[in-house]
Design a binder for this molecule. Structure first.
Ligand code: R5P
Length: 291
């Protein structure tokens, strides 16, 4: 039985179709004062394994609260075997203390998720692998890169684009996609020329007259990508396209990226978004099959 929370209902339906599993009929709504409501409309046997699919991106608190309502309802039904698939796990960016006595929000949410009865957590390209250590239950951190590579193979005319990470932190994503597509990859690095001067450039490959696809895990304000596009254009890139796993996209990020000169911006459906054209349903379904 698969339950889709309101942040991920379409994705849950796709996963259920892939697995030939039942999609639970639920009722979700928001009261005029903003509070959420949740009801399960199908019969669920208490011994039946249940998978909840719910991303906890914007509005994070509402989606997180709805997730707790789903878990509490399943608890009342005595359902014990609960897997949570949270393709985008909110609050993951505060996974450690950057300043004294800050709340480690990723740890606080981990505590709640476990206490509410989740026995296994599955997510996609968690912000940091170390988030898994905040949990006492098994956590599987899947990669959306094979789905992204398939999308690039089918939809981009250039057969050998350079796959480029906007910073060192995203190098592994670029490497994974480039390996699958049998093409080159690189990342942008900052080089300090003097105490006052910093230059950002590609690490080793020239982008002059080449098509480049920038890949990152998250696009939030778009600042990182706009900066990368500006550098690539200055260095003579022929065309620049952008793909990401989690299209958080705040403050007109897509507009800014397009204005900087990108041909296209695409993301996966870990979050609902105007650019979420790459589905991770198969990635999730294949993994659930093997659990
Ligand atoms: C950073 O660790 C991430 O990989 C992204 O590069 C970052 O979250 C993007 O943020 P923004 O779009 O606001 O530059």
């Amino acid at each position: 039985m698969i339950i889709g929370g309101s942040a991920s209902q379409a994705l849950a339906a796709e996963v259920a179709r892939e697995l030939n599993d039942k999609l639970c009929s639920v009722e979700t709504k928001k009261f005029p004062d903003g509070e959420r409501y949740f009801r399960i409309k199908d019969e669920i046997d208490e011994d039946e394994p249940v998978t909840i699919i719910q991303s906890t991106g914007y509005p994070q608190d509402e989606n997180m609260m709805e997730l707790f309502f789903i878990l509490d309802t399943l608890g009342d039904m005595n359902v014990k075997n609960i897997t949570l698939v949270s393709p985008y796990l909110g609050y993951s960016r505060q996974e450690r203390r950057f300043k004294e006595v800050e709340c480690i929000s990723a740890k606080a949410t981990a505590k709640l998720i476990q206490t509410m009865g989740v026995k296994h957590l599955v997510s996609i390209n968690l912000h940091e692998e170390s988030i898994c250590d905040l949990y006492d239950i098994p956590v599987d951190n899947l990669s959306a890169m094979p789905a992204i590579a398939d999308y690039i193979r089918i939809n981009y005319p250039e057969k050998k684009p350079i796959i480029l990470a906007p910073d060192k932190g995203a190098e592994n994503f670029a490497k994974e996609i480039a390996t699958l597509l049998n093409t080159d990859y690189d990342y942008l690095e900052k080089v300090r020329l003097s105490p006052e001067k910093v230059k950002t450039k590609t690490k080793s490959i020239s982008v002059d007259n080449r098509s480049v696809i920038i890949v990152d895990d998250i696009i939030s304000t778009g600042g990182t990508i706009v900066n990368a596009i500006n550098i690539l254009k200055l260095q003579g890139a022929k065309a620049v396209d952008v793909v990401c796993v989690h299209p958080v996209l705040v403050n007109d990020a897509v507009l800014k990226i397009n204005a900087a000169g990108a041909n296209s911006v695409q993301g996966t459906n870990t979050l609902k978004s105007e650019v979420a054209n790459i589905s991770v349903a198969k990635t999730i379904a294949e993994h659930l099959k093997n659990l």
